[in-house]
Every structure is written in structure tokens, then in C-alpha cells.
Design a protein around this ligand. Sequence first.
Ligand code: NCD
Ligand code: ZN
Length: 351
Amino acid sequence: MQKASLTIRKPDDWHVHLRDGAMLEAVAASTAKTFGRAIVMPNLSPPVTTVTAAEAYRQRILQALPPEPGFTPLITAYLTDASDPAELERGFNAGVLTACKLYPANATTNSAAGVTAINGITPVFETLERIGMPLLIHGEVTDPAIDIFDREAVFIERHLEPLVKRHPGLKVVFEHITTADAADFVANGPATLAATITPHHLHINRNALFQGGLRPDMYCLPVAKRELHRIALRAAATSGNPKFFLGTDSAPHGRGAKESACGCAGIFCAPHALESYATAFEQENALDKLEGFASEFGPRFYGLPLNEGSITLVREPQSVPERLQLADGSGGPVALVPFHAGETLPWRIAA
Ligand code: NCD
Ligand code: ZN
């Protein structure tokens, strides 16, 4: 018998890009309507590197939402070669910073100020390890000699494995994993190592980028890989292993930035994220594993309480629009193409 509805504890999104300014105002509600908390990525321009900048960004996010949104943004610090461990510790102790994000320099959107040599910021890792502040990693090498589809796997052997060995107490989240190599590495790694998995990497493989022509809305980083990797990610997400949890990596870009000769990486999956995960889990006969993945394993890894309250999905077909017109703070329309555009999803969130 197919389930007619599914009620789970209120979930969190452990990886999202809420942006800033008009885009923030347009997209914040898409995340806040579903999730209790979200780890908000700091790759703004300029990036969020200080406690003052983090607190100001947290306030801008709250201002972009209705009063009493029932949503808590968790702010992260963007690591650079010049990051000051004492500043990060101060932000963590003050409850302003929840985690630090490591972007290898030039790996992705707004990462030019990222870390050029991972070994160069050892004092930062030592501090995070001592205070229990999670390190979130965009795990791709930037070496142009490495094929783009191999950059995550090579990052593991060149950087992640040595890092995890050097800092056995450091909590590390390998963000938005896209390969069987990453899923295996995390599953076989220490309890201090976890990973987020996006909805899109559970649904698409790299063919989606080229289906009938070049598809900029299927382009994100790390880029989708071969089908065998998608299958491995589905197995990891639905395994019930608490090392794998929900992180959408929803990353909106305006149409001009997507439909361009050098289009930006990022898939805007926030609007139907939970329905998208539920669809994938059901296809794997694992709907009973959704609650752990979406609502329990993330907070346990971060050492935060589980959300109170619940959310209900009902089995009612939902057509995803080709394009969303979202209002920014001044009522101006921001046009975005959501993930699953033009498709029908079998689940909808109950009102
Ligand atoms: C993200 C963005 O646009 O900020 N893009 C993406 O493709 N995921 C950055 C990131 O997480 O790599
Ligand atoms: Zn991201």
C-alpha cells in the first residue's frame, strides 16, 4: 500500500545559499517555509569573514522574512588564507558563527578569496578541533590538469584524507558529495566525518547537462557525475547511516547569470526540496529513512537539539512551474528556474 501522507519531525537544511539584497528577499521564504534551521553559506561578495559581518548578515536574513518566521539561520564564516582563529572562536562562543566553510580558492561561485593552500591554515583547524566548531568543505581540487569530473575524488586523496588524519578530533562535513568515492570515504571514515547530499544529485546524472542541448539549469558544482555515482549517492542517503544528511545546496542565480556564455554554477532547489528528497527516497523504497536524513542526523552531528514540531507531506501530484516569479523586498519580480521545472512531483507539503 502506498502511503497517503508522511509526517516527520521538522527538517533542517545543512547547506544553502540565501544570497543577499534583492535575491535574499526573493528566496529566503523558499527555505524558511520548510526548514527549521539552515546552514547559510558565506560566499557573498564580499564574503562573510568576521563576526561583525556574520551578525549583520544574520540580521539581513531575518529582515527578509516575516516576523516570527519559525526559522533560524545558522551563519558560517568563509575561510581565507588570513583567517584569524581567535576571531572564529569568538564568533562561535558568542553563538553568531555555527561553522567555518572552506572553499579552495577559485573552486566555485565567489571563491576567489578562498584558501590557496590547505596546509597554510593549520592553526585554524587546530582551533576548530579544540572548540568543536565544524569545518565544512567544498571538496574539489582546482588543479586545471585534473579533469572536472575527477576533482572531488582527487580532493579526497590529496587533501581530505590527510586532513582528517592530522586532526582526529575535527568535525568535518564533506559538502554536497557527488561520487561513490566520496560516499565510500565518508562511510568508512571516523565518526567525526559526515557529508551532505543534495536533492539534485539524487535525481540527475551528467547527461542532464546535455539533454537536447546545453542545460544551464542543471549545472552546479560539484558537477553531476555518471549514473553509477548517482546510484551510490542514493544508497548512501537512504542507508540510515547518520553520517549522511540533508543539505540542498540551493544556489539561485538570475537568468542572465545562468543563460550566458560563461554561466554560473548553481541549482535553485529550495522551493520543492523536501518533496524532491521524498520522491527519491520513495523510489528507493526508503521513505522510512527520510526523517533521520532530513531531521535527526544533521543536528546530532552539529551537537544541536532536534527541532520541535513536524511537517506533513501528502501524496498529491504537484506540477513544478517552468519559472518562478518571486518578489524581492520592493515587490520587483525575480525570475528563477526551480529544480524539477516542468515536472510533476508526487508529493506536496500539507498546508
Ligand atoms: C554555489 C553558489 O552558486 O554559490 N554553486 C553551486 O553550484 N553549488 C557554490 C557552491 O556551493 O559550490
Ligand atoms: Zn553550496
